[in-house]
Design a protein around this ligand. Structure first.
Ligand code: ZN
Length: 292
C-alpha cells in the first residue's frame, strides 16, 4: 500500500481518511486511491489526474483543485478557503517523472516543511527541483525498490531496447502495460511499428483521456496485429501465437528466468537504490518516512 496518511493538521496525502479537510493526490494509481469516494473533501492534484478522477473515478469536478508542476497554492486564512487550520499553508507541485500526471508536493507551514514524493524516478528534471525540496522536516519517500539491490538503466536506454525488439519482430508485438503508466514505451513502440495497439474496450477510455487514442491504440482487434495488455494478464493467461511479447518492468531481472518467452526490459518509473540514495543526498531531509 502506498497510502501516506495525514501530513499536516487536517491534510492527508494519497489516502482518504475520515476527518481530512483536504486530500493531496500525487497520481492516479490504484494503490494511492484506496478509500476514495465520489463525494468528500477537496482534492489537490495535477490537471491530468483531475481529468482521470472525473472520467474514471466518478469524482465531481467541483471537488478538484488542479495544481500543476511549478504552480503554488496558498491555503488557510490568507489563501483559498479550503483549509480550516489557523495558519496558512503553501503547497507547491513538482514533476515526479512517474506515470502521466504524477506530481510531488512540497507543503510549507510557518515552521515546518514536508515533502511528499509520491512515486517518482530520478531524472534531470527531478534533480533540478531537488534544491527546492532540500532540508525538509519530513520527507515521505517512494521506497518501492528499497532493499532489492536492483539497478536500472536510464529510461531512454530501456525504451531504445523496446524499439529494437519491435523492429526485429517477425509479426505482431504484444506489450505489457499498466492502465496508466509506461505510456512513453507504448508511444515509442507505436512510432517504431507505425500501427496502433489493440487494447480492451474498458482501457480505451483511459487512453482517450491520456491522448493516446485514437492514434496509438484501438479497441478494434481486427485493425492491427499489435496489442497491449496488463502485465498480470500477460504473465498468467496470454498464450502467444507468433506475437513477440515485451514487458517493460523494473522487476525484469527477477522475472525473466521464469518466462523465457517474454522479453523483459528493465524500464522503471521508480528509482533504483542508487537513485534513492542520490535523491536523499540532494535533498537531505531531517526525517525520512519510507512508503512502499
Ligand atoms: Zn504509481
Amino acid at each position: 500500500m502506498a497510502a501516506v496518511g495525514f501530513v499536516a493538521d487536517g491534510i492527508s496525502a494519497d489516502s482518504f481518511p475520515a476527518g481530512a479537510t483536504l486530500h493531496l493526490l500525487t497520481h492516479f494509481h490504484s494503490d494511492h486511491l484506496a478509500g476514495l469516494k465520489p463525494e468528500g473533501a477537496p482534492i489537490v492534484c495535477s490537471t491530468l489526474t483531475a481529468r482521470l478522477l472525473i472520467g474514471i473515478g466518478r469524482v465531481s469536478a467541483a471537488r478538484l483543485r488542479p495544481l500543476d508542476p511549478g504552480q503554488q497554492m496558498v491555503l488557510g486564512p490568507d489563501g483559498a478557503a479550503l483549509f480550516s487550520g489557523e495558519a496558512s499553508v503553501t503547497l507547491t507541485s513538482f514533476d515526479a517523472n512517474h506515470c502521466p500526471g504524477a506530481v510531488m508536493f512540497l507543503l510549507e507551514e510557518h515552521n515546518r516543511r514536508v515533502v511528499i514524493t509520491g512515486d517518482f524516478r530520478l531524472d534531470d528534471t527531478v534533480r533540478r527541483v531537488a534544491s527546492r525540496l532540500a532540508g525538509a522536516d519530513v520527507l515521505y519517500l517512494d521506497a518501492t525498490y528499497r532493499g532489492t539491490g536492483l539497478r536500472f538503466p536510464p529510461q531512454e536506454e530501456a525504451v531504445a531496447r523496446v524499439v529494437e525488439i519491435c523492429r526485429a519482430a517477425p509479426a505482431g508485438v504484444t506489450l505489457g502495460v499498466y492502465t496508466i503508466g509506461k505510456n512513453r514505451v507504448l508511444r515509442a513502440a507505436h512510432d517504431a511499428l507505425g500501427q496502433p495497439f489493440y487494447v480492451p474496450r474498458d482501457r480505451y477510455r483511459v487512453y482517450e483521456i491520456l491522448g493516446d487514442a485514437p492514434d496509438r491504440v484501438t479497441a478494434d482487434r481486427e485493425a492491427t496485429p499489435h496489442s497491449a495488455y496488463g502485465v498480470g494478464y500477460l504473465e498468467r493467461y496470454f498464450k502467444p501465437r507468433g506475437e513477440t511479447v515485451v514487458v517493460p518492468t523494473g522487476w525484469a531481472a527477477w522475472r525473466s528466468r521464469r518466462r523465457p518467452w517474454i522479453h523483459y526490459v528493465p524500464y522503471s518509473e521508480h528509482c533504483d537504490e542508487a537513485e534513492l540514495d542520490e535523491f536523499l543526498d540532494l535533498t537531505r531531509p531531517r526525517r525520512v518516512v519510507e512508503i512502499r
